[in-house]
Design a protein around this ligand. Sequence first.
Ligand code: CO
Length: 390
Amino acid sequence: MAHLDHIGIAVDDAAAVVERFRALLGIAPYKTEAVRGQQVRTHFLDAGSAKLELLEALADDSPVRRFLDRHGEGLHHVAFEVDDLPATMKRLRDAGFELLSETPQAGADDKQIAFVHPKQTHGVLTEFCESSEPDWSPRTVPRHDGHLSVFERGTRDRPSLLVLHGAAGTTRHDAAPLIRRLESSFHVVGVDLSGHGASALPADAANAPLSLDLFAEDARAVLDALELPSAHVVGFSLGGGAALRLAHMHPGRVGRLAVLQTNAHWTASHARRMQARLDLDGLAARAPGRAERLRARHDAPDRLVRALRKFVTTLPDASDTLVQTLPDLDAPTLVAGLDQDPLFGRASARSLHDALPNARLAVLPGDTHSLSRAPTDLLAPLLTNHFLGA
Ligand code: CO
């Protein structure tokens, strides 16, 4: 169902409007983005149930400039997010609505957008939007013989929150939906772990194989490079394991923790199931689209998958070490699982929760093991409360 995503307000003097909203509501923009196609600069404010999008014209012939010349500052459009924008556009056309573009256009906030003509909506320009994969550009942090890719979102005056994706995931493709829900409240730092995306694998993978400790050291290297004494950390699956190791190895560097769909008690059968998922050739036959995406998202997909398959076989032993340290981890930790996670369900979440001295447990409805398809509507407020809680 379409839901109100944001309200667009055309402004002449963005700095003055920002000051006014600070005085009015105590909120300030958490991001500013130019959209070249629309010749507009946007400033996003989080107003709780929806966002405000301040729109500043970047050129004299931009649509927002024409709007300002005609109407002055004020309400420009309301925007509703939908799951399938092309299908929504077809439905609207079939219902007789006139759209301002034939196809979805690139908007701000990683959205594809389309407008309905305001003459058919009682004078209120109406936008429909759908989130798309972001083209965030990384900063790089030296690591191994190369670097890690790191994506910073939100503003640095907010609490820092490291986001660690799962095995064979990346920040931009897997963690982005969650990050978009957190970037108004946190200085979010998404880390592409060693070997993932464009991040370097250890050159000598035989002597420095992948391990939870190595991924935890990735996170510490990022904290060092960004000069962050400490940060909250949220990790999904493998990223959750790395977060727990980081909290054990460098307790002073971690504030609060959240581990999502993470298994700490690995058995040989868990390892076999995970290995089966990490098989590019098998995947190409079974789910060609997924195999194709894996190849596109990582610089060295074959080396990464080989290294991960080896890594998974070490997990039953490595998890013994991990589990021994859990009773000493006193960072407040939110353990969240999905009741029908096909890999690690309720039992994994509960046993991890029970092993930690200072943990809260959330079991949410869901049946995937995929950060990009996690129930972010439910997770985001839980995480925000957990990390910002007293
Ligand atoms: Co908009």
